[in-house]
Design a protein around this ligand. Structure first.
Ligand code: ADQ
Length: 500
């Protein structure tokens, strides 16, 4: 980036948690991986983060003062885009979470294709675009994040021609026959093509996107870009480069925390509390894409078929509350609780309860202690853009003896297949077999697999991801970018424009 380039990040949520309490407003910095990756770049170069504060709030008053004061010292500014309750319903709960989220995870049966959601999605995307135009400068690089904001570039370009704008999709991009079900499929594809650089998590997602473009749009040309790691899509009036950039975690921070005295202490406390059993851990947001009922059924199946795992394995399943107001999420919670009750009812013995289920968010150090102590990690999403839990689990394996059971439909599988036990999350018996294999694996094999995964996650961490994306956006692909391609499985039926 030339020194004058400023980074302008646009995401649905601002990197803060704003809450109204009896005593007034409180504001905390957000703690996700994206915040920790982008904050140093923003602080270093100066920049602006545009997003929704997460609540329907009125402009003015103490919350806005708090926001300005709290962030000035960090070296970058926050710009809130305010949404009213109808907008939150149509744009966020409607089009984003009841159409794009299930559709992009191949779960068409859960889509509610209400036309009204589409119109509100466009209106709100226009609001974000207006904020970009009004608060941006010509030589900014604008980086739009995720599926809630696909139309931002299109609306920015209606008002101003000279902005460099990139987009990153954190969730998967579906195959053609699924994407075609979207009533607004061509509008959405054209909106994607309004960016300068499109980033997907994996080659799978990029390939799906390019197939949709090739099949559904006229007068487009798809070919390898000059920098061979990228593909170029040419329309009549513009050219868009398309790449895959697997998102990472702050490996050093997770690994250091896992080695800290505080976490060691927590591991000892936890060991005393759970007894001599071997811990299997699952950590997920409450979501139907995470395959939670299937995972519990697999654990039950393993206890039924492999009695040697009884009074030996203990599954600690942590579920983070999410989208609680939505009826299908409540139903999912009920289904999980019922399965946990059934398994514990069937198998518990005095002193051993096979499933410990917690429905809450955890402090980082408690999460790290769980990851560190676990003999096996279960990440069995039905589909996932990447899945950061898989990477965090590995980063915290201080003794290197834990085994990762990983869904082949999580984006992380492309990078971690040399170390993980890959499973089909719809195959209950197959997952049970993998759990048994995890328990039977010789220590040398565990160490070898974990080491392979840790090396990839350490090298391709969240800072590497930001770096690769920004260098690609500004025309230079760093040498180590090519490393991502080594880990991507070959796929049948590739088109000539996809490198294999
Ligand atoms: P998510 O669907 O939210 O993200 P994921 O990648 O697993 O999924 O990230 C979840 C995060 O929440 C992890 O960092 C994890 O540590 C944290 N978390 C989970 N349970 C927790 C608990 N009980 N307490 C505290 N923290 C908890 C979307 C896409 C993914 C993609 C990411 C990033 O759906 O596929 O990997 O964006 O691009």
């Amino acid at each position: 980036m030339s020194p004058a380039t400023r980074l302008l990040v646009v995401s649905n949520r601002l990197p803060i948690v704003l809450e109204k309490k009896d005593s007034g407003w409180t504001l905390k910095a957000g703690s996700g991986g994206l915040v920790s990756a982008l904050a140093p770049v923003l602080s270093h170069r100066g920049g602006l983060w545009i997003g929704w504060p997460g609540l329907a709030v009125e402009r003015g008053g103490s919350w806005e003062t708090l926001m300005g004061e709290g962030f000035r010292e960090r070296g970058y500014d926050l710009l809130p885009v305010l949404l009213n309750e109808d907008e939150v319903k149509g744009f966020y709960e409607g089009f984003s979470n009841a159409i794009l989220w299930p559709l992009f995870h191949d779960l068409t049966g859960r889509c509610d294709f209400q036309p009204a959601y589409w119109y509100t999605y466009l209106e709100v995307n226009r609001k974000f675009a207006d904020a970009v135009v009004e608060h941006g400068r010509d030589n900014d690089f604008v980086w739009v994040q995720d599926y809630q904001l696909i139309h931002v570039a299109e609306f920015v370009r209606e008002r101003t021609a000279n902005r460099r704008i990139g987009f990153f999709l954190h969730i998967p991009f579906p195959p053609l026959d699924i994407f075609m079900k979207l009533p607004w499929r061509n509008q959405l594809l054209n909106a994607f093509l309004s960016y300068d650089l499109l980033g997907f998590q994996t080659q799978r997602d990029r390939r799906n996107f390019l197939s949709c473009v090739e099949y559904l749009l006229d007068r487009v040309e798809i070919r390898k870009a000059k920098d061979a790691a990228l593909i170029e899509v040419r329309t009549q009036d513009r050219s868009v480069r398309v790449g895959n950039f697997p998102i990472g975690i702050d490996y050093a921070s997770f690994s250091e925390t896992a080695r800290s005295e505080e976490v060691e202490q927590r591991v000892s406390d936890l060991r005393r509390r759970i007894g001599p059993y071997e811990l299997v851990v699952g950590v997920d947001r409450l979501d139907y894409t995470k395959g939670l009922p299937e995972r519990l059924q697999a654990f039950r199946n393993a206890l039924q078929r492999f009695p040697e795992l009884r009074e030996r394995a203990l599954l600690m399943q942590i579920v983070v509350p999410s989208r609680e107001a939505v009826a299908e999420y409540q139903a999912l919670k009920g289904e999980i609780e019922q399965l946990v009750g059934e398994i514990n009812g069937e198998f518990s013995t005095p002193g051993w309860v096979p499933v410990h289920y917690h429905y809450r968010s955890l402090m980082r150090r408690d999460l790290v202690a769980l990851y560190r102590m676990a003999r096996a990690g279960l990440v069995t999403s039905l589909k996932d853009g990447m899945n950061l839990v898989a990477k965090e689990f590995c980063a915290c394996q201080v003794d290197g003896l834990g085994a990762l059971v990983l869904s082949e439909f999580a984006g992380a599988a492309a990078q971690l297949k040399s170390g993980a036990l890959l499973v089909n999350p719809h195959d209950i018996e197959g997952m049970a077999d993998a759990l048994k294999a995890a328990f039977e694996m010789a220590p040398a094999e565990r160490l070898r697999r974990m080491h392979n995964m840790q090396e990839v996650i350490r090298k391709q961490d969240i800072f590497w991801w930001v770096d690769c994306y920004l260098k690609a956006a500004l025309g230079v692909v760093p040498e180590d970018f090519r490393a991502t391609r080594e880990y991507v499985p070959p796929v049948e039926g590739d088109k000539s424009w996809v490198e294999v």
